[in-house]
Design a protein around this ligand. Structure first.
Ligand SMILES: Cc1cc2nc3c(=O)[nH]c(=O)nc-3n(C[C@H](O)[C@H](O)[C@H](O)COP(=O)(O)O)c2cc1C
Length: 454
């Protein structure tokens, strides 16, 4: 089942090319616990919707996040639920990860191996050959793992946050509380970055969701650092002691724009140290110390952290994790420009453009938004400003499709080209019959809940 709570569906590889029923499924905090070096797609208003999340999941993005959703609206109106969230059984990726190594993903392993073997085999010496033999042996220990989906909410009140989480819970693997949105409207509504200096409110909201959904349900908080690091420390302690499962840290303050300010890795490291100082997770927070145990007897590790800000390449992700001690790295603008960055590509591969176009048009993403995404992805490949202007001025779906066809960027009749399905050898739909995409494949929150009598 795609989510930890499992939507009422019986997906088969035949109808669902990228769905592997045998893959291990864990909520984000346990994924991050079990495997180091995971990659995360940031929440992005307008952009991190179903089609884009599906795309990045094909390229070593292990955890994806919805755009910020207003919890109050989501819990109050069906219209908000239908317009703000859709998902289906395709969207999560499947990955082969190595446990107990600093970088568990295939792309990072490849990259590290590449760096190590810039020394030729015959000059490696005994130690080098031994290292390669160990690497070959380790490769056999890979675990096939399913990706995780997180819904991000903006809220300033425990009740609506818990209500919205309860409604979306069966479709996702966790929720995230936005404590970073710097927009003036959000601040005035006591949302987003307003919460950075309201640790008790954050604490109460985390507690409310844990109380409603159970201690195992993943609640992350996404914060920015504060120029007064004592306040970051207070926020982190309150969130973690209340039971926050993951800490995601954008290494800028609420006054610093992403375009104008480089990310502060020392600030992220400070927050990671503050999180580690909270000790081990217990059933209801992190006040444990080394003896802490979950109610089921399992040991609660340190709360895993995710570094965010200026991750543009796979090397950035690997380097940031090493420098900050984070288990994961999160990208927003980097993924918009190159959805395959975590798989080690230096620019958007051709087939990613075709796959996105196919999935997004079939699933009914608004044409203007598809065009905006494609403009980001193709920016590196445009031969100049004139071509970028030409692309942006194309009007309508037909003109956009003609442009992509002329550039050889459409998938054509190859069917649903799914790098995951190809790599793992299951359920590639060749052509014709049910290419596996279509609006009917987007689960509606309201209809599903109604179908279950809720
Ligand atoms: C278009 C766009 C939309 C964003 N929307 C959200 C959002 O909904 N929630 C959130 O927490 N952050 C949002 N952010 C911030 C990003 O998640 C991220 O923290 C920030 O862009 C820094 O990461 P980057 O340097 O990789 O872009 C958004 C950023 C962009 C560029």
């Amino acid at each position: 089942m795609p989510g930890i709570n499992g939507p009422p569906s019986d997906p088969s590889p035949e109808t669902c090319p990228s769905y592997d029923p045998d893959a291990l499924q864990l909520p984000p905090h346990l994924l991050l616990d079990a495997f180091h070096g995971l990659n995360v797609c940031a929440p992005m208003v307008r952009y991190s919707k179903l089609a884009f999340r599906t795309l990045v999941s094909r390229y070593e993005t292990h955890i994806t996040t919805t755009p910020m959703i207003l919890a109050k609206e989501f819990s109050r109106t069906e219209a908000a639920r239908n317009s703000e969230f859709s998902t289906n059984e395709f969207e999560r990726g499947t990955f082969e990860l190595l446990p107990d190594v600093p970088e568990s993903s295939q792309s990072a392993q490849r990259r590290l191996f590449q760096l190590a073997s810039s020394v030729k085999e015959d000059t490696l010496g005994e130690a080098g050959r031994e290292a390669q033999a160990i690497a070959r042996k380790m490769a056999k220990r890979k675990v096939r793992v399913r990706g995780a989906l997180v819904a991000q909410f903006a809220s300033s009140e425990p009740g609506p946050f818990a209500d919205a989480t309860e409604l979306i819970g069966r479709f996702v693997d966790g929720v995230d509380l936005n404590c970073g949105c710097p927009q003036p409207w959000a601040y005035e509504e006591l949302l987003g970055s307003y919460l950075l200096r309201q640790p008790e409110t954050v604490r109460d909201m985390v507690r409310a969701v844990k109380a409603r959904m159970g201690e195992d349900f993943c609640v992350s908080v996404k914060i920015r650092i504060d120029p007064d690091l004592k306040l970051t420390d207070a926020l982190v302690r309150n969130a973690l002691h209340a039971g926050a499962s993951v800490l995601q840290i954008h290494g800028r303050t609420r006054w610093q724009s992403s375009a104008g300010t480089p990310v502060d890795l020392d600030g992220i490291k400070f927050a990671v140290d503050a999180a580690n100082a909270c000790g081990f997770r217990t059933a209801w927070g992190s006040r444990g110390g080394a003896e802490a145990r979950f109610a089921d007897g399992g040991s609660g590790g340190l709360v895993p952290c995710v570094a965010n800000g200026d991750v543009w390449t796979l090397d950035d992700a690997i380097g940031y994790r090493e420098k900050t001690g984070c288990r994961g790295a999160m990208s927003a603008r980097g993924l918009l420009a190159n959805p395959a960055l975590f798989a080690g590509y230096d620019k958007t591969p051709k087939e990613a453009v075709g796959l996105f176009h196919q999935v997004a048009t079939s699933w009914g993403l608004h044409t203007a938004l598809i065009q905006r995404h494609l403009a980001y992805m193709l920016e590196e490949s445009f031969w100049g400003r004139a071509e970028a202007i030409h692309f942006n001025s194309l009007s309508g779906a037909a003109a956009m499709t003609d442009y992509l066809a002329a550039e050889g960027l459409l998938l054509g009749n190859k069917g649903h080209v799914d790098p995951l399905a190809e790599r793992f050898g299951y359920g590639v739909v060749s052509s014709g019959k049910g290419q596996g995409v279509g609006p009917m494949r987007c689960w509606s929150v309201s209809e599903t809940l109604a179908g279950m009598g809720l």
